[in-house]
Design a protein around this ligand. Structure first.
Ligand code: HEM
Length: 375
């Protein structure tokens, strides 16, 4: 392929791939907050010291606990759009494969429901005002639910990359798929979600606590350290995962189609590392710093998501897939899709305007700052 992704693909394939990647980016943002955020909550419940004697009552933990159910519903909702595109893109390797996997695959639903309720449980007074270990075990149970879901997606993805393994795997009704690349890939996701979560939390922290006396510098420094650790671990896991790539996948990553995105991912990584180091040194979350870290995170996640897709499409019989995409593009429905895209974007925008208006003229409700004031 001699042009950067998605230009070297036939038009219908390029269309589906682009929308798939863009919608998956939104899912990654929310699920990072959920996966890494519940992991953070587990840690602060079990680690002693810090804010007013207990870290789980500190501002960052308060924000995470408060927003986590919303973030989970965001992750689930934002998973639907890429789910639709991935089925068109890979058909047998995704759609048919997951029907065959039925029980194993559907297991993520009850697990996610349990995770949802655990997040609400984390917010009740019996937990927030109880001993830290109580909240710690509930956060741990929630993290295990989301970890299992992420693990299931990774396992499923790796299975889809190995057509040679399908007859034995599906023929035996196996429930779990093992391959050497599973651990580094899981590590890449688990660590890669940490800086994204830190960034989102940094913005929330800035917007919620700006100008209040509740901004202890050690909270900001700890957030920067967490982000830096995530960046370092994700780089190590990325190198580990790279060693498992097939020659065809390697050719994509290092060729004209993938190399620009590898470059973007690395530049994004460097920007993030430089910014979080600065945040750690200055104990400051100025919007300029957060803006630059956001750009870095966007470049890294975009670059990695494109490489992820290039690796998959080069592992499957591309010619057959192109023909299926061509057929799908002729079924029609694009005007309906675009109509609902614009309509929903307008409705979401309207909801944001309404919420901002309500915030600038507060009603009888209480916000986080009121709660802290009364503490
Ligand atoms: C908190 C819950 C969730 C977590 C932690 C999570 C995590 C992940 C992870 C780690 C991946 C990447 C897997 C890989 O590339 O190895 C992924 C992919 C994906 N997730 Fe989620 N996910 C969650 C919920 C959902 C839900 C409920 C949906 C659907 C409604 C969904 C839709 C997707 C899709 C479509 C992909 C791409 C699959 C592919 O390209 O093969 N996710 N998710």
């Amino acid at each position: 392929m001699s042009a950067p992704f998605p230009l070297g693909f036939p038009a219908p394939t390029a269309f589906y791939l682009s929308f798939y990647v863009l919608t998956l980016l939104i899912h990654v943002m929310f699920m990072s907050y959920v996966l890494a955020g519940t992991g953070y909550l587990v840690a602060v419940h079990f680690l002693p010291g810090g804010f007013a004697g207990s870290r789980h009552r500190a501002p960052l933990a308060e924000i995470l606990r408060d927003w986590m159910p919303f973030a989970l519903s965001g992750a689930i909702t934002a998973g639907v759009a890429p789910l639709l595109f991935v089925q068109i893109l890979y058909q047998r390797a995704f759609y048919t494969a997951n029907i065959l996997l039925f029980h194993r695959w559907m297991a993520i639903l009850p697990v996610l429901i349990a995770g949802f309720y655990l997040l609400y449980l984390l917010k009740i007074r019996w937990v927030t005002e109880g001993p830290p270990a109580r909240g710690g075990f509930i956060a741990l149970a929630a993290w295990l639910c989301f970890g299992f879901t992420g693990y299931s997606w990774t396992e499923n993805h790796l299975l889809s990359l190995q057509p040679a393994a399908w007859p034995v795997f599906f023929g035996a009704d196996s429930l779990f798929f093992w391959t050497g690349a599973l651990l580094p890939r899981l590590g890449l996701w688990a660590a890669g979600t940490i800086p994204v979560m830190a960034l989102l939390l940094g913005w929330q922290f800035r917007l919620t606590y700006e100008g209040t006396p509740y901004v202890p510098p050690y909270e900001i420094r700890r957030l920067a350290l967490v982000a830096l650790a995530g960046l370092l671990l994700s780089a190590l896991a990325g190198v580990g995962y790279g060693s498992f790539l097939s020659p065809a996948a390697r050719e994509f990553v290092q060729g004209a189609a993938g190399e620009p995105y590898l470059g973007l991912a690395l530049i994004g990584w460097l920007i993030q590392a430089a910014i979080w180091l600065t945040v750690w040194k200055r104990a400051s979350l100025r919007p300029g710093l957060l803006g630059a870290a956001s750009l870095g995170a966007f470049l890294s996640v975009l670059g990695m998501t494109v490489l992820r897709e290039g690796v998959r499409i080069t592992s499957l019989p591309a010619g057959r897939l192109y023909a299926l995409h061509e057929r799908a593009s002729q079924v029609g429905g694009l005007p309906v899709f675009l109509f609902f895209l614009v309509l929903n974007a307008a409705l979401v925008g309207w909801c944001i305007v309404l919420a901002r208006k309500a915030k600038s003229s507060p009603g009888p409700g209480e916000d986080l700052r009121d709660l802290l004031d009364r503490r």
